[in-house]
Design a binder for this molecule. Structure first.
Ligand SMILES: NC(=O)c1ccc[n+]([C@@H]2O[C@H](COP(=O)([O-])OP(=O)(O)OC[C@H]3O[C@@H](n4cnc5c(N)ncnc54)[C@H](OP(=O)(O)O)[C@@H]3O)[C@@H](O)[C@H]2O)c1
Length: 268
């Protein structure tokens, strides 16, 4: 399969790197990237063909991944419209509604995907939505492409991509915020900065892995490490008094609202 990328930045590199690491390296990849040094890097690291502008080189690509910043998507779609050929347009740009991409690029074969930054280490989770012009083969090809950066989950309602943005898109930053606070506590208790970071991060890694491996309710996992009158109970009591749980929920809703607002502005 021939695969085209427009934009050869962080996300494109994560996807291309993942595709290249797979046992079956079936894809012939072309990347359109306007930055010359970035083009050389992509050629050297991944052996892909590159171009500076959108041209006939993309004609035979079965999928063209839009991996530019949201502000560049309209212009890129309009240039792509001039390139003949049948293709799936797979946008990973945050916040741009698929209807706008379909309108700008002149095709209804559009998949909108919302990956997250954990894609950079192959541990991402991506929410996907397909417009009605997408065939089942194209859906399967989009799934295969995005699986190289983590999990890929389809939604029947595009509005759910705002929820994906609020939970997994922005979520890594909420987690970093919590880890930072735990690191600060460790530092104040006398650990050096590096050691404090190590203890805070490893606690998150272990707890996240335990949660991922378990099918039990998270509340049960929490209760199991909380003995009555003990140290964990004292800490959780303080978290409850400070309304930390509801504050995290409210934070995610603030991201949801912002995502909806941005979609309205960017897609108009
Ligand atoms: N990074 C994340 O964690 C993340 C998560 C979810 C979704 N996304 C989405 O993924 C997309 C890409 O993000 P990124 O972090 O990979 O961005 P990035 O590193 O800035 O990469 C975009 C690249 O595309 C180039 N470009 C822009 N317009 C072009 C054009 N017309 N022709 C050729 N190349 C062009 C840019 O060049 P210049 O630098 O010269 O502009 C830049 O090198 C964004 O829409 C973002 O919303 C990213």
């Amino acid at each position: 399969m021939k695969l085209g990328f427009i934009g050869g930045g962080n996300m494109a590199a994560a996807l291309i790197g993942g595709l290249r690491r797979r046992a079956n390296k079936g894809e012939e990849i072309i990347v359109v990237e306007r930055d010359g040094s970035r083009r050389s890097l992509l050629e050297r690291d991944f052996g892909v063909g590159t171009r500076a502008t959108i041209d006939a080189g993309l004609e035979e690509s079965a999928i063209v991944v839009l991996a530019v910043k949201p502000a560049d998507v309209q212009q890129v779609c309009e240039s792509l419209r001039a390139v003949p050929g049948q293709r799936l347009v797979l946008s990973i740009a945050a916040g741009i509604p698929s209807a706008a991409i379909a309108r700008w690029s002149g095709t209804d074969a559009v998949v909108r995907a919302m990956p997250n930054t954990l894609a950079l280490i192959g541990q991402g989770i991506t929410g996907l939505f397909a417009r009605s012009g997408v065939s089942s083969e194209q859906r399967a090809a989009a799934t295969r492409t995005l699986r190289v950066i983590g999990e890929a989950v389809w939604f029947g309602d595009e509005a759910m991509l705002d929820a994906v943005t609020a939970i997994s898109g922005s979520g890594p930053a909420y987690v970093f915020y919590f880890i930072e606070a735990l690191q600060e506590a460790a530092r104040q208790m006398g650990m050096g900065t590096d050691q404090a970071r190590h203890f805070a991060v490893q606690t998150f890694v272990g707890a996240a892995q335990l949660a991922a491996q378990s099918t039990e309710d998270l509340s049960l996992l929490r209760e199991r490490v909380t003995s009555k009158g003990g140290t964990t109970a004292a800490a959780l009591e303080r978290l409850r008094e400070s309304n930390v749980g509801p504050a995290i929920t409210a934070a995610a809703f603030a991201a949801l609202e912002r995502s909806r607002e941005m979609a309205r502005t960017l897609g108009s």
